[in-house]
Design a binder for this molecule. Sequence first.
Ligand code: 5GP
Ligand code: ZN
Length: 118
Amino acid sequence: QKQPLNQDCIFCKIISGIIPSSKVFENETILAFLDVSPIKPGHTLIIPKGHYENLLDLPEQYYSELIKISQKIGKSIIESGLGTGFNLVQNNFPSAGQVVMHAHWHIIPRNDSDGLYC
Ligand code: 5GP
Ligand code: ZN
């Protein structure tokens, strides 16, 4: 069963449409949208459509969908020329840089000239 949305969570508000976003992909379980302050053009966030704080809380029912959409968006980054590569980044807990406490994947286009971890 799916975790309900949390009315104090910014990503739950994006899921319910209270906060607008530039959607990249959406189905029943997953939403992908552009990061509001992108590291690189095309920087996208992928989230489960249920409120789970971090990877440790995320139930198995989401695993395959999250990888599938990561592949789909990664492929479109390469094919569109936004990047010649991409990073998949997932921060857990504030010490690791997690600011929004709703589990999410960053997918970030990369090019040869970027250097690592720009
Ligand atoms: P974290 O540091 O938690 O891994 O990343 C949170 C990300 O969410 C940041 O990259 C930040 O720019 C993005 N973000 C925060 N608030 C919003 C918002 O209201 N809309 C969108 N599209 N992105 C957001
Ligand atoms: Zn949430």
